[in-house]
Design a protein around this ligand. Structure first.
Ligand code: GLV
Ligand code: MN
Ligand code: MN
Length: 401
């Protein structure tokens, strides 16, 4: 695959959902931008004479060969983004999947297993808070009744958001028949760190995904006047929150893990009022479950103790948990050998990680020279992306042809 071929298809997707001066993306699921992305994918798949369908969970599928035959080799990723995220996280895997089909056809390859392309819904959890929503629903990892009630920042439920686009939220839920047709799943993704850049290698194969999760933090206090309330009389939840941010950072450093507070809501959010409440979210990740549990337990203990001193309320509620994923060794080693690619773990979550509990799954990473992700500076060169397409085509050929 030539870099120019990659660039032509890549550039056709780039304008959709790009916002603001920072060049970042707002592609929240079931919004106009997401619908435009879906339309783009559908057109591209139909142009390639693939059979396109949307499943009951809003995931998009395009088939080369009949899926009913089973033992399909499926590849794909997602098109939704984090708020003001980069262009590559998700879309690179989808564009590469389409181009890998072109490449296989140009090679004259004839698949003896069906090849499926998939676009999973709400992978980032940016709108409804729960990452990998589409793949969790498909695999039965998420109760559809709970999913329907998830709300976005404006209080719109997933059921309402889907309904507004003409999708039926009653169809959400486990899809064992579809899942049973998948014989292997391979997700190509931009690397979200600098390991490949440091190794001076364009493509890598995933070994594992760190266990990770999201926790909602509710801090409560007493709203009051900023000018007249004596410092000693205050019950200020912002103080407990500030302590929590520092405690998360310290605990993560001490335990060799990662902890982030990237989202906060303050009420009433007024310059001259002590807040009545603060709600924020903790994202925590570690190489193993014991470390992750220890980090979160220590964090909760310390913040609870601090809340006692501040005379504020603090509760920590788990909103999602993703266990350690170790990709199937046989598939991983087969792909790494075929591509002569290094094997590396990641701290980022992926639909492939959800699928891995049910089918042999693997991931390919494409070098990101900045190492930045979930931000506009996320990048991969056209040359590396084209090498990624070739690698994905090699993998599909290895597995399906
Ligand atoms: C998804 O990209 C995540 O790791 O949060
Ligand atoms: Mn992401
Ligand atoms: Mn992603």
């Amino acid at each position: 695959m030539s870099p120019d071929r990659f660039a032509a298809l890549w550039r056709s997707l780039l304008p959709i959902g790009r916002v603001g001066r920072d060049g970042g993306y707002l592609r929240r699921s079931w919004t106009r931008a997401d619908l435009d992305c879906r339309e783009w994918f559908t057109e591209e798949a139909l142009d390639r004479e693939l059979e396109v369908e949307t499943d009951g969970n809003g995931n998009l599928w395009a088939w080369w060969g009949a899926p009913e035959a089973g033992d399909a080799v499926v590849t794909g990723s997602h098109l939704d983004s984090v708020p003001h995220g980069g262009a590559y996280d998700g879309p690179l895997g989808v564009v590469s999947a389409l181009l890998a089909v072109d490449e296989l056809r140009e090679r004259g390859a004839t698949p003896h297993r069906p090849i499926g392309l998939v676009v999973f819904t709400e992978e980032e959890g940016s709108r409804f808070g729960l990452a990998c929503l589409g793949s969790r629903l498909l695999t039965g990892a998420l109760d559809p009744a709970r999913a329907r009630q998830l709300t976005d920042r404006d209080g719109v439920t997933l059921a309402e958001a889907m309904g507004a686009t003409g999708e039926d939220p009653a169809t959400l839920g486990a899809d064992p028949v579809r899942l049973a047709r998948i014989g292997a799943f391979v997700e190509l993704h931009v690397e979200q760190g600098r390991a490949l850049a440091d190794l001076n290698t364009p493509v890598g194969v995933a070994s594992a995904i760190w266990p990770h999760g999201r926790w909602r933090m509710d801090f409560t206090g007493e709203g009051n006047h900023a000018g007249t309330t004596a410092m000693a009389d205050r019950r200020d939840p912002m103080l407990t929150f500030a302590y929590a941010v520092l405690a998360a950072n310290k605990e993560a450093r001490v335990q060799g893990a990662h902890a982030t507070v990237g989202r906060v809501e303050v009420a009433p959010n007024a310059t001259n009022a002590i807040p009545a409440s603060v709600t924020a979210w903790l994202d925590a990740r570690a190489a193993d479950q014991a470390t992750l549990t220890s980090l979160v337990d220590a964090f909760e203990r310390k913040v609870t103790e601090r809340a006692g001193r501040d005379r504020t309320g603090f509760t920590l509620t788990a909103e999602s948990a993703s266990p350690l994923v170790e990709f199937q060794a046989a598939l991983r080693d087969r792909l790494a050998a075929r591509l002569k690619a290094p094997v590396l773990p990641t701290g980022a979550g992926h639909d492939a990680g959800v699928l891995a509990a049910h089918v042999p799954a693997a991931m390919l990473f494409v070098r990101n020279p900045t190492g930045v992700s979930h931000a506009p500076a996320e990048h991969a060169t056209d040359v590396d992306c084209a090498l990624g397409v070739t690698a994905l085509a090699d993998v599909l050929e290895e597995l399906a042809c």
